[in-house]
Design a binder for this molecule. Structure first.
Ligand code: FES
Length: 106
């Protein structure tokens, strides 16, 4: 069973902002979408570019290399040239702290 990992306080990520972290060896980005927090793997499924550092457009992030769009809520690839979703991770908030978990192998 994977462990929950504390990332930061909710106040540390402004609306529209992000925070990169490591979870069990995977680089993950936490996004604040209008006060709700979502976590995806920090990788574009087209050709491996990192997604962190790119501004959110609503609940979408745009890959800086070739412009693929991903939903940070579902990980779904929304436009070419990416077709595969990027991985999402469960997020929970406890006492104004953000926790994330990599439960893919549970
Ligand atoms: S590496 Fe992201 S669109 Fe090509």
């Amino acid at each position: 069973m994977s462990e929950w990992q504390k990332v930061c306080s909710t106040g540390d990520i402004a609306v529209g902002g992000w925070r990169q972290t490591e979870v069990d060896g995977t680089t993950v980005v936490i996004y604040n979408v209008d006060g709700d927090f979502f976590a995806i793997e920090d990788v574009c499924t087209h050709d491996g570019a990192i997604l962190s550092g790119c501004p959110l457009e609503g609940d979408e992030v745009v890959c800086p290399r070739h412009g693929a769009r991903f939903s940070v809520k579902t990980g779904e690839a929304l436009s070419a040239p990416a077709w595969e979703a990027t991985t999402t991770f469960p997020v929970k908030i406890e006492n104004d702290e953000i926790w994330v978990q990599d439960n893919r192998w549970d």
